[in-house]
Design a protein around this ligand. Sequence first.
Ligand SMILES: Cc1cc2nc3c(=O)[nH]c(=O)nc-3n(C[C@H](O)[C@H](O)[C@H](O)COP(=O)(O)OP(=O)(O)OC[C@H]3O[C@@H](n4cnc5c(N)ncnc54)[C@H](O)[C@@H]3O)c2cc1C
Length: 505
Amino acid sequence: MFPWWTEKQKRLAEDLAQFVDEELFPLSREYERSLKFPWKIARKVADKGLFSIGFPEKYGGSGEDYGTVGKCIVNEELGRIGFGMITFYGTTVYGLGSPLTHFGSEYLKEKYLAKLTRGEILGAVCLTEPQSGSDAASMELSAHRDGDCYILNGKKRFISNAGVADLYTVYCRTDLSPEAKAKYKHLSGFIVEADTPGFTIEKVHELCGLDGVLNGVLNFDNVRVPKENLLAQEGEGWKVMTGALNAERVIGAAGQMGPTRTAIESTLEYTAHRIQFGRPINENQGLQFMIADMVTMWTMARTMIYSTAYLIDQGEDPVLEASVSKLYASECMMKVAHHAVQLHGGDGYTKYYPVERAFRDAKVREISAGSNQIQRLLIWRQALNRYRDLRQERKSMMPGKETKADLPRAILELLAEDYLAHPGLFTDKEDLKYRLGIEDEERLKTALLGLEKEGLVSLYRSRPETISLIKANHKGLSKAKPDDYYRMIPEWAQEDLQKRLKDIK
Ligand SMILES: Cc1cc2nc3c(=O)[nH]c(=O)nc-3n(C[C@H](O)[C@H](O)[C@H](O)COP(=O)(O)OP(=O)(O)OC[C@H]3O[C@@H](n4cnc5c(N)ncnc54)[C@H](O)[C@@H]3O)c2cc1C
């Protein structure tokens, strides 16, 4: 438990811990190795009222005061029985429930959300297609308006809860124009009922892990969907898809902390009871260090997840932290499961211990829900934005210089100053503008091109016509300042510079 959890959230965690230990673990053993969809577990979870957590009371929900933190608690606790065993839950609640709550019309909420919160239906979310995965914006499944309906044609693949879901949140392309795509206005989201004519399950995948998950390819052949089943407005599919992304990332990450904890607990127990070379194997310091690393990663991942969830509940928009949570939690589970199998020896490679399953299950989260490469791209982008914001703030505290009449000369002198501090770096054009007190972009550009032509500066263009970084070269530095200006010889070196080996006796 974390100090920022409310009393209600703490009670939820305690209650669920008991529920999972007493009711779900025994049931999960029935499903282990069968690969069957865990219907009885889904029923128990529904009867416990967990599908209502976090949804508005008006539609049968428990109210929104459990917050994102509460949803993380539920996903983490349920996850202890195995990631695959509870995929039906997260997929329904976040793939269907979340877009319905935030973007569904009153009609859709009354018709579908109330059934979801009562635990009467399962849902699925459909983005991925044979030709589009990470690049979700390039999806091709089409929807075009025909009277009171939209007609859907195309395929979706890798869809979890395929065939067991009652409702599918389907993202489609409603505008083929490149202009709409450039503005992310080309997609729309729909709720599709499972028994709609023309909608079929084409394939169920045989997966590496996630036993108990039905994941497959869906075929849409002239599927007529009532126009009332549109989420938000036509062309707002991207907004719907990404509308609750921060929360979905941390809640998904929390789901991995459950099986990670189970793998750690199994390892602590196993290594205490396995004797080799006359003593329990956990008396070897090398093994203790491995377990310490597992616990460290798990602790850090949870702290990251729950502090990010708290920020979301405070109304913040922690895009970077949510991506870090997703990335770190998935790598944490992968590494912990890897160590756990190793520390169980041959037993770790059998299906008699939970670590083998955790090992197979862990991999998928490095790939799905925005792969870890995509998360790294997002983190990099966010970090760069934050750095730029910080620089902007600092700049506002620095006085700008007066514009010099001889602009090329002023540029060279500033570049010479920068060379002293950062001889290997280019200077940012925006920095230069500010420090010179220049508003006139064209005037600066003309001066820079002139300096380039004279061979005094090197210009880096981020796009053909866009100068972004500038550096004075050797000739430019010589023109800007006398050689003495650049000389920096520490006192301790000065004497040595005067000596030669032949003079040393
Ligand atoms: C078990 C499972 C369950 C799933 N459940 C669902 C579901 O319920 N609904 C749904 O819509 N989808 C689901 N998916 C699909 C999942 O979200 C995609 O697999 C994922 O988005 C990656 O897409 P892809 O498989 O097409 O890989 P690709 O996008 O083809 O990527 C292949 C590799 O290239 C990397 N890559 C791609 N572009 C870049 C780039 N610009 N820079 C750096 N690296 C890049 C990727 O990270 C990856 O390593 C599921 C997948 C699995 C395996």
